[in-house]
Design a protein around this ligand. Structure first.
Ligand code: 5GP
Length: 115
């Protein structure tokens, strides 16, 4: 699937949709989900256009690790040492925005298996 530069996260990255960023570095940004599913619900997204996990290659290994570690550090800094990290890869798995993102959820009990 070709990357759609009009997706909502691409627009947030271009600052076309005003959204407070909790974190920015060379590789990624993080901000709060607009419809939080837990007291803490962050999204960590790469700056580079990458529609979904399935399109990542070995060249993205460091980037993928960076997204996880950045979300982890941010959640801990915000007072949540325990958190769940989720990547919905593809519409069948619940992905609705086709710019790769890691959900970081914390602050309440989280059931397993997920719904
Ligand atoms: P997905 O279903 O693709 O894994 O997750 C997309 C997430 O993006 C959803 O949790 C949804 O609430 C969030 N989202 C959609 N539009 C916006 C927006 O404009 N701003 C923010 N901050 N989050 C959004």
């Amino acid at each position: 699937m070709p990357y759609d530069p009009s997706n909502v996260f691409a627009r947030i990255l271009r600052r076309e949709i005003p959204t407070p960023w909790l974190h920015e570095d060379d590789l990624c940004v993080a901000f709060r989900d607009i419809a939080p599913q837990a007291p803490l619900h962050l999204l960590v997204i790469p700056k580079r256009p990458l529609a979904r996990l399935a399109e990542a290659t070995a060249n993205d290994d460091a980037l993928l690790g960076h997204l996880l570690r950045t979300g982890k550090a941010l959640a801990a800094r915000l007072g949540h040492p325990d958190a769940r990290f989720v990547v919905n890869d593809g519409a069948g798995a619940g992905q609705t925005v086709f710019q790769l993102h890691v959900h970081v959820l914390a602050g309440r009990g989280l059931a397993w298996p997920p719904g």
